[in-house]
Each structure stands twice: as C-alpha cells, then as structure tokens.
Design a protein around this ligand. Sequence first.
Ligand code: ZN
Ligand code: ZN
Length: 258
Amino acid sequence: MFQTSVLASGSKGNAILVRSKDTSIIVDAGISMKRIYAALDQLKVAKESIKAVILSHEHSDHTRGAGAICRKLKIPILVTPDTYAYCSHRLGALHDRLIYFETGASFEIGDILVHPFSSSHDAIDSSNFCFEHDDKKLGLAIDLGYPTRLTIHKLSGAHTLILESNHDLKMLMEGPYEPSLKMRVKSDKGHLSNDQAVGLLSQILHPGLKNIILAHLSETNNLPHLAERLMQDYLTSIRSEIRLLVAAQDWHTPLVDV
Ligand SMILES: [Zn+2]
Ligand SMILES: [Zn+2]
C-alpha cells in the first residue's frame, strides 16, 4: 500500500499525507493540529501511525501547525537548517525532536524513501519532493515559480503527481493584489500558474502516470473549475486517462493509491 491525500491546500495552509502500510508522514503542516486530526479521522488514518512531519520551506502556510503536532504526537520534525533558522520562532520548543535534512540528500522514514530537491521559490531553502515505496513514486511540487531542469528530472517517472496550479494569469493581473505582489506571484520565485502546470505536466508525461492532484490554488486569483478545465482539456486532447483531482483549502482529497 502506498497512498497520499492532500489534507488541505491553498494560500491559507497546506498539509499532505503520505503513507505506506506501516508508516505515515505529514508533509507541511500549515493548518491547525485540530484540522489535521479531523482530516485524518475522516480518512480513518490513525494519528499514531504518523512517524514524522517534513517541512518544505518556512512560509507560515506550510509551518503554522507543525510544532504543535510534533509535540503532541511526540514525533520528529524534519527541516533543513536554513529553513529552521527562518521559522524556529513559529515552531516553538522542539528539543530533541528536530532533525535536519539537506536538500538534495535522500533519507528514509520507516519504509518510505524521501528525495527532497531544490525548488525555485522566494524562501531561504525550499524543497519539492519525491517519495518512493514498493516501486511506486509520488512527486510533490508546490510553491515553485517555474519548473527548473532539476524539477523535470526529479518528477520524471512519477506514478502520482501533486502539482501546484496556483493562479490564472489573467485573474492575477486583473485582480486586487498590489502590483508588487502580482509581480512576486508570477515571478520565477513565486507560484506556478495553471498554464505552467500544464506545461510542466506535458514534459513528464509517461504511461505509468496515473493520478494528478492540482494543489495550492489561490482563492483570489484562481477558480477550481478553471484550473481543472485547463488540465482536463489538455489530458483529453492527448487522449490521456490520467485521473485528475483538485485539492481544496477546506476539505481533504480522498486517499489516492500512488
Ligand atoms: Zn505556500
Ligand atoms: Zn511558499
């Protein structure tokens, strides 16, 4: 068994569950512990199965609930040294629960292999990830301004992909954000647009890719049906039967078999 669920995703908070039969991991905990517990209950995943929390970068929509959940479950938190330096104030006391990883260096949690790799984003040391178990590969790429060659290389061969589809470029540019924030979001160190998500996908398509979960949609600059339609139109145009899901801010996706 190798499954994932996006427990919540959007600019107000992100949390992703990755689990095998014996090991569950939470990647990013930018929503409250209470909300993570509620989602796990709904999915019938035992909290006691959570072995660690991994943080992708320091932004509060990824780290807000992480300290509390690690203290409560008495589990380690994995973070790069630079990221920790930039969000230690938000995580609170961790004592011996803190474990450092390095972007680019793989590690194992239980029977799940984790490959963090650098992403282009306005954070000190931000990562995207691949997770492997049972010859299956899950790619997780949210909070990236554009897909680098490394992004494409690392996500290649994924059987399931959780992919940022942050904004519709027209909605962003015509929307209420200040000009400087618009530039930040659309920059190479900002967030992936709906069009860029399709572009990225087109570069890593392969017959083994079964599921795509669109994530980190902006509530201000996107609409779920816009992101979904653009990707679905592309998949239909190439006669692909990849299953497409869209993650939400206030509800979890079902458990997806990687
Ligand atoms: Zn984010
Ligand atoms: Zn971010």
